[in-house]
Design a protein around this ligand. Sequence first.
Ligand code: ZN
Length: 115
Amino acid sequence: MPTYLYECPVHGKFEEIHSITYKLTECPKCETEGKKTEIKRLINFASGILVEPNAQELKGKLDKEVADFKKELAKNENLRANIIGEDSYQKRAQAYEASVRTLGSVAPKSFRRNF
Ligand SMILES: [Zn+2]
């Protein structure tokens, strides 16, 4: 199963191994403390840049990384699983590329749904 990177506002970054179809939305450490804390999933790129997969982050940091990203995506099972979740890889990769190229006219919310 792939490894997923998450960030909790209380506990910081941590990794979880779970199936592609599973989505972690609350911090398990916070849960053991009786709290419900919403977490975000991060994508760890080859360059070491950590991003939450949303359009504004990607626009600022990833415009130049599309080519490298596609190569990485093709060979890295974990990264692919993180980006895609449960849906088809090719479709998402194409949507990702198209979105990065046209971010100026893509609303962040609709872009985010692609992930
Ligand atoms: Zn936490």
